[in-house]
Design a protein around this ligand. Structure first.
Ligand code: CDP
Length: 220
């Protein structure tokens, strides 16, 4: 029997980090849906697609193939046979990803891929609409949150480690608040807490405590 774990929440709330560890511990697949929206955004920026032009956007979506792969160190995201795992984390992509993700044509294609993956195997999937739209039947649903300052600080440290140094802590905080506002107020599949989700506020929790909170709820 396959089962699904859905983790939603605002930017940099620890979803991906926790989801990866949980997936490893349970030996199931981790799907980073944010990486898929970022890959689409990368393609759109590279090819200078005008997302307000429905015809161009539809054509672009038909040209996009997204796959997950892994090397010995980490999971990779492959866009049309190109490894874009690092490119999709750039500040430029981050600035545009919410506007791209708000488009119906984009969401329809990515949600279909996500649902298809989850029918074949047990998954931990993280994003904004997993418990509400993509996997409403998921056995386990979590909503991660934390104070914006704490989330910005985490992302700042993460970025520093990756060599992304083009934003100050203040700029990152503003950017995170702006993106959350956009994601929570869009028309299609806005970020919100699913009725049956367990809320985990990570403001004062360590990573391990968040992992434990998920694992202790999941009985498999
Ligand atoms: O890792 P971070 O918190 O920066 O965000 P992400 O998970 O990589 O997601 C990037 C963006 O993709 C979000 O701000 C949303 O606009 C969009 N997204 C979405 O609309 N639906 C999802 N299921 C996942 C991400």
């Amino acid at each position: 029997m396959t089962y699904q774990i859905a983790i939603d929440g605002p930017a940099s709330s620890g979803k991906s980090t926790v989801a990866k560890i949980v997936a490893d511990k349970l030996n199931i697949t981790y799907i980073d849906t944010g990486a898929m929206y970022r890959a689409v955004t990368y393609f759109i920026l590279e090819n200078e697609i005008n997302i307000e032009d429905a015809e161009s956007l539809t054509k672009a979506m038909s040209e996009i193939d997204i796959q997950f792969d892994r090397n010995d160190k980490r999971q990779l995201i492959i866009l049309n046979n190109q490894d874009v795992s690092d490119d999709i984390r750039s500040t430029h992509v981050t600035k545009h990803v919410s506007a791209v993700s708000a488009k119906k044509i984009v969401r329809e294609k990515l949600v279909a891929i996500q649902q298809e993956i989850a029918t074949k195997q047990s998954v931990v999937m993280d994003g904004r609409d997993i418990g509400t739209v993509v996997l409403p039947q998921a056995a386990y649903k979590f909503y991660f949150t934390a104070d914006p300052e704490v989330r910005a600080r985490r992302r700042y440290d993460e970025n520093k480690e990756k060599g992304i140094l083009d934003q100050s802590l203040e700029e990152l905080t503003e950017e995170i608040i702006r993106r959350d506002h956009y994601d929570m107020n869009r028309e299609i599949s806005p970020l919100k807490i699913a009725d049956d989700a367990t809320v985990i506020d990570g403001t004062h929790l360590t990573l391990n405590e968040m992992v434990e909170a998920v694992l202790s709820a999941v009985k498999h």
